[in-house]
Ligand binder design. Structure first.
Ligand code: AMP
Ligand code: MN
Ligand code: MN
Ligand code: MN
Length: 276
């Protein structure tokens, strides 16, 4: 059975490694099929594809779209998307414009908490002029000594109820799924275990996702415990969704697990790659 890792990030969004280096690292760690799924952008895919050409690694062209569903931020991964799709490209461009506006508001909120220059500071950590994220603010907060590490940056700042958090309207769920499908891809709910939802809320989310044409759900993720993997395997069966797995790798030292470091999907789950 090939080793699949269907969720990862590069410098095209908030990852640490450029796409070619990410592909090289995936090969070093025995990954056979890697999806590059940068946040709200497909700009890294050409470099990743070129780096994978002529190697044993199959590159899946992916994306991770930021969505707002019932006031919750939810991430939807697209797998096998055509980066040249106009619908997808325009949708992602609109999300990225919203990110810049949000970044200025985040900086204002941090300024009120006594941290000046955060917008310019975060931009120093941005690796693609196309996209600024909370991760870049977190790196700025660490580097300036406001917090000791990334985890602390997200605990003390940048999350609901803390300075530097700004509520934001991302793409509607149905739009994200429609863009992914217009681009010929499959839509997968990313790391469902990370959303602060009750069991009822999770069923509503997965029901809404499935009813909007969504295809799969991540079962194995660095964000999930073994118990959550079992739980989401059951949800996948109940909702008729395919199962996916991804490390959500962001970079050496900044990620919870290494590229490709996931166990096999639980029995009874239909893998998202069944028809590939
Ligand atoms: P954004 O899409 O700009 O809201 O940024 C979200 C990103 O922040 C996620 O994709 C993660 O990479 C990162 N992130 C969120 N929470 C944490 C955390 N607790 N520790 C480290 N990184 C986090
Ligand atoms: Mn990220
Ligand atoms: Mn995510
Ligand atoms: Mn991710």
């Amino acid at each position: 059975m090939p080793r699949f890792d269907l969720h990862s990030h590069s410098t095209a969004s908030d990852g640490v490694l450029p796409p070619a280096a990410l592909v090289a690292r995936a090969l070093d760690h025995g990954v056979d099929v890697l999806a590059l799924t940068d946040h709200d952008d497909t700009a890294g895919l050409a470099e990743a594809r070129a780096a994978a050409a002529g190697t044993t690694l199959t590159l899946v062209t992916g994306v991770e779209i930021s969505v707002t569903w019932e006031r919750h931020t939810v991430h939807v991964v697209g797998l096998h998307v055509d980066p040249l799709s106009t619908a997808l490209d325009e949708g992602l461009a609109a999300i990225r414009r919203g990110r810049d506006t949000r970044a200025r508001a985040i900086a204002q909120s941090l300024a009120k908490a006594g941290i000046a220059g955060a917008y310019e500071g975060a931009l120093e950590f941005v690796t693609s002029e196309r996209l600024v994220s909370r991760t870049h603010f977190a790196r700025f907060l660490v580097e300036r000594g406001h917090v000791k590490d990334m985890k602390a940056a997200f605990k003390r700042f940048l999350v609901p109820g803390k300075p530097g958090y700004v509520p934001h309207a991302w793409a509607p769920l149905a739009d994200a799924i429609a863009w992914i499908h217009a681009a010929g891809g499959q839509a997968v709910v990313a790391h469902p275990g990370r959303y602060p939802l009750t069991a009822t809320g999770m069923r509503r989310l997965l029901g809404a996702f499935r009813d909007a044409g969504g295809d799969g759900v991540e079962i194995l993720s660095s964000s999930h415990s073994a118990a959550q993997a079992t739980e989401f395997a059951t949800y996948a069966r109940v909702f008729g969704l395919l199962g996916s797995c991804g490390s959500d790798f962001h970079g050496p030292g900044e990620s919870w697990i290494e590229l490709g470091a996931l166990p096999p999907l639980p029995a009874g789950v239909t893998p998202v790659w069944t028809d590939w």
